[in-house]
Design a protein around this ligand. Structure first.
Ligand code: PLP
Length: 463
């Protein structure tokens, strides 16, 4: 904490307590306690106001800092770009905007166009708007419905909340936007709750996908424009669909002329051991949205990526003033975002971080499986690459979730042991029972082992 006196730090703590409205948390405990201020970061580690060191096993709380902290080359690239040309929007392009789009598309065969904006929510909103405009242009105002899945999350705006599968994040913010329709989740661990009988593996995957077809038929295929899914559900509990699911999903979308929108806000940019989560499943999306790892939090940038086929639908009649995408994202014209994203991508490539995420993910999975064998409270281990979760239950037979208070103790116990972990939200209030791990893609075997040792210690202490 070079350059900060103790006085400075206590002032920062007081200013934070007095004036910052923090994301996600209840503020009552802050009235008596002290907020954690993260003062510095390097690699996978961060330091708080007391100089305490932590391994950050969640990449900045919400799965963002894929290349780790303290990357001077990203800061340099952004600085250089900002002093040369910081911003221009609208019809004019910028150098980093064009070059990052080209490099991104190289990683996404079949995709073609990048629409820049600032947040995951906004990228999803852009895709929703495009779907609606296509409905008006091509289908006489029909096909405006967008399907989303129970437990998935797509953002905090009114539009994306309307596609929100986590009830507790939505239920107090209505009325929502019409024409968003929920399809059942695809979480094999909780299959019994869905009333489809005793199915597992591929059979379950296909059944969960069939449930999407049932919704399309119920709503009327001529009313359904798109299906929006996370490749692996993140905040809803780190849910990896079983084999069979995605093939069938793709088949259903094609059969009913439903556009497939994949939300890669969390899974994108190498997190799961491939550049994008959907690339594990051989699917061909019409829209891919991304944000967090695009510039690893060094700048705010998000992208809504489409195929040329989708793009073509918006350029049919130049004489019609309504016949293009009537949209702007002011800060989509910031050049700091794509400049940071270019250097972020170079680092991921040159340091082999996609491969490292795969390798370290296998180690993390093996370690978590070993914990499962040791701790009865672990009901399920899920995930892919450096994106994994542990579902904690009071009883493996009934699968009754542990309390949120116990989850809180585990998270605090890990922090006491020098590791910051996360806990995901679930659809039903009170069932916030999945521990989340998503360290930076630079994690070493020693980091992975340190993370699991902390979890082991905290589980032993609490249960
Ligand atoms: N989509 C997914 C899968 C997310 O997890 C999130 C945020 O956590 C979002 C979209 C929204 O992103 P943002 O918070 O940048 O608006």
């Amino acid at each position: 904490m070079d350059g900060y006196t103790d006085n400075d730090i206590s002032h920062v703590v007081e200013a934070d307590k007095a004036h910052v409205w923090h994301h996600l948390v209840q503020h009552k405990p802050f009235e008596t306690g002290e907020p954690r201020i993260i003062v510095e970061g390097k690699g996978i580690r961060v330091w708080d106001q007391h100089g305490r060191e932590f391994i950050d096993a969640v990449s900045g709380a919400v799965w963002t800092v894929n290349v780790g902290y303290g990357r001077e080359t990203i800061a340099d690239a952004v600085r250089e770009q900002l002093v040369k040309m910081n911003y221009f929007a609208g019809a004019a392009g910028t150098i980093p905007g064009a070059i990052f789009a080209e490099k991104l598309i190289e990683k996404m065969p079949g995709m073609s166009r990048v629409y820049y904006c600032n947040s995951g929510s906004e990228a999803n909103e852009k895709a929703f708007k495009m779907v609606r405009q296509i409905a008006h242009k091509r289908y006489g105002g029909k096909k405006t419905k967008i399907l989303y899945r129970d437990r998935d999350y797509h953002g905090g705006t009114i539009g994306t909340m309307s596609a929100g599968g986590q009830d507790e994040r939505v239920m107090q913010y209505g009325p929502l936007t019409p024409d968003f329709v929920r399809v059942p989740h695809c979480m094999e661990y909780r299959a019994a709750d869905q009333g489809w009988g005793d199915l597992s593996g591929e059979e379950y995957g296909r059944r969960a996908a069939d449930a999407i077809e049932e919704v399309i038929l119920r709503e009327g295929p001529d009313t359904v424009g798109a299906l929006c899914l996370e490749p692996i559900t993140a905040g809803g509990g780190v849910i990896t669909p079983p084999p069979g699911y995605w093939d069938r999903v793709q088949e259903i979308c094609r059969k009913y002329d439903v556009l497939l929108h994949i939300d890669e806000v969390v899974c994108g940019m190498g997190r799961t051991g491939k550049w994008f989560g959907y690339q594990h499943y051989g699917i061909e999306p019409d829209f891919v949205t991304m944000a967090k790892g695009v510039a690893s939090g060094y700048a705010a940038i998000a992208c809504c990526v489409t195929t040329e086929k989708v793009f073509d639908l918006f350029k049919s009649d130049p004489s019609d003033p309504l016949d293009h995408f009537r949209d702007i994202s002011t800060f989509g014209g910031c050049t700091g975002g794509p400049a940071a994203a270019l250097e972020n991508m170079r680092i991921i490539e040159d340091e082999g971080l996609v491969e490292n995420a795969k390798k370290m993910g296998e180690r993390l999975m093996a370690n978590l499986k070993a914990l499962e064998a040791k701790h009865e409270v672990i009901g399920d281990v899920r995930g892919l690459g450096l994106f994994q979760g542990l579902e904690l239950v009071r009883d493996r037979g009934t699968k009754e979730p542990v309390s949120e208070a116990d989850i809180g103790k585990i998270v605090a116990g890990c922090a006491e042991r020098g590791v910051i972990i996360g806990a995901s939200n679930r659809s039903v209030p009170g069932l916030n029972n999945v521990l989340c791990f998503s360290p930076a893609l630079i994690a070493t075997p020693a980091d992975i082992d340190a993370i699991t040792e902390a979890v082991d210690g905290a589980l032993t202490a609490v249960f």
